[in-house]
Design a protein around this ligand. Structure first.
Ligand code: URA
Length: 402
């Protein structure tokens, strides 16, 4: 009921002056209560939600959620679509033919009851005030304000019925927060909102300077996720999944000892239980599991073009924001909400930062369906930086704040 120009003035004032934790929590709860609130109390178990502040090659939900579900942590997850250079879980799930991301709420809850997991898109009218506020923030360049980002994320988590929340706060060029200091501030603000709103919240700061894992693009990330669930785990993705998973188990009351939880998570990858849960999820949501059992059936790009190392050395930098943008140019992402994406295209890295390379080694593959291949190839060759000296490995899981 408030005029846009008044809200724009409010937003600008918050952007310039910040807010106290109580003010930020009040805004969060007001936004959460501006639309429907999902009541998950019929599930009679603690619902722990997981959310990422966004990244490139971020297929964590696809892997982590079936995995924790296979250990008895109920998962009722509503995800978003990709926008800008970051991807979205819903787009990835929709690259599996038949998978329904927009089912009725009673079916969503029933699926969680019956098989312990459901993953869908945000079909409810969750926190509509946040949608309006976000659009206004965007139009007056006031998105990047910690109290506004924190309240935006937490309002949606609260409206989607989460009782406890594990947040993957990404840090680096491919994330909202470009450095650790800023990420810590965002994390602490969300934790304070959690305390005041009685939703226990744990934040895990993770590195997003290079893409997570090797694949960037929707069907390509599904392939990487399925292979992960079958015990073919890229090291960085493994570390993030185990860290987030161990806290999800703890918050859900399924194991207090974080190290023991990690052992159990790994066990359920190795014994096939996590993969089985993913198949169950896909089947329950109407997806055709033969595409998962035989990954070659998933949509494929017409051209797959390698790019080669120009010299001997070590991979120094693979800027995730730039790589995310290139995947977008190929058609894997959207600039506007209405844009249609191509699930088959993207980039698959063959190397990661610190890897040793020889001249003419393959650095990455571009999966393309049109002439954009030429431009993307030229740009990707420049984005991947190679140093003559060995490069030091940065940590993937940077710190945990709770
Ligand atoms: N993600 C959100 O949901 N809201 C923001 O403001 C920023 C990132």
């Amino acid at each position: 009921n408030i005029k846009d120009y008044q809200v724009a003035a409010l937003v600008m004032a918050i952007f310039l002056n910040g807010m106290t934790n109580q003010e930020t929590t009040d805004l969060t709860l007001a936004m959460a209560q501006s639309g429907e609130i999902l009541d998950l109390s019929t599930l009679k178990e603690t619902i722990v939600d997981k959310h990422s502040t966004g990244g490139v090659g971020d297929k964590v939900s696809l892997v982590l959620l079936p995995l924790v579900s296979s250990l008895g942590v109920p998962v009722a997850k509503m995800s978003g679509r990709g926008l800008g250079f970051t991807g979205g879980t819903v787009d990835k799930l929709e690259s599996i033919p038949g998978y329904q991301t927009t089912i009725e709420m009673n079916e969503f809850v029933k699926n969680v009851e019956e098989i312990g997991i459901s993953m869908i898109s945000q079909t409810l009218n969750l926190a509509p005030a946040d949608k309006k506020l976000y659009a206004l923030r965007d139009s007056i360049s006031c998105v990047e304000s910690i109290p506004l980002i924190a309240s935006s994320i937490m309002s949606k988590k609260i409206a989607s019925g989460a009782q406890k929340i594990v947040l993957d706060v990404t840090v680096g060029n491919g994330a909202f927060m470009k450095n650790r200091e800023e990420a810590r501030k965002l994390a602490n603000t969300m934790i304070e909102i959690g305390k005041l709103a009685k939703r226990e919240t744990v934040c895990i700061l993770t590195n997003m300077d290079e893409p997570l894992g090797y694949a960037i693009g929707n069907a390509l990330e599904v392939i990487e996720a399925v292979r992960f669930l079958k015990n073919d785990m890229p090291e960085d993705l493994k570390q993030v999944v185990l860290e987030l998973g161990s806290y999800m188990m703890q918050l859900a009351g399924k194991g207090n000892d974080l190290e023991e939880n990690k052992v159990k998570l790994l066990e359920n990858i190795k014994n096939g239980e996590a993969y089985k849960k993913f198949i169950e999820l896909v089947q329950k949501q109407g997806g055709d599991i033969t595409y998962i059992e035989n990954l070659d059936k998933l949509p494929k790009a017409k051209q797959i073009e390698p790019i080669y190392s120009p010299k001997d050395g070590y991979i120094q930098e693979m800027n995730s924001k730039e790589i995310g943008k290139l995947a977008g140019i190929l058609g894997a992402g959207r600039e506007q909400k209405e844009d249609v994406i191509d699930v088959s295209v993207g980039i698959v890295l063959a190397k990661k930062v610190t890897d040793k390379v020889k001249k003419n080694d393959i650095l990455a593959y571009i999966h393309a369906n049109d002439e954009k291949l030429v431009e993307v190839k030229k740009r990707l060759e420049k984005i991947i930086k190679i140093s003559e000296k060995p490069v030091e490995k940065e940590k993937v899981v940077l710190e945990v704040i709770r």
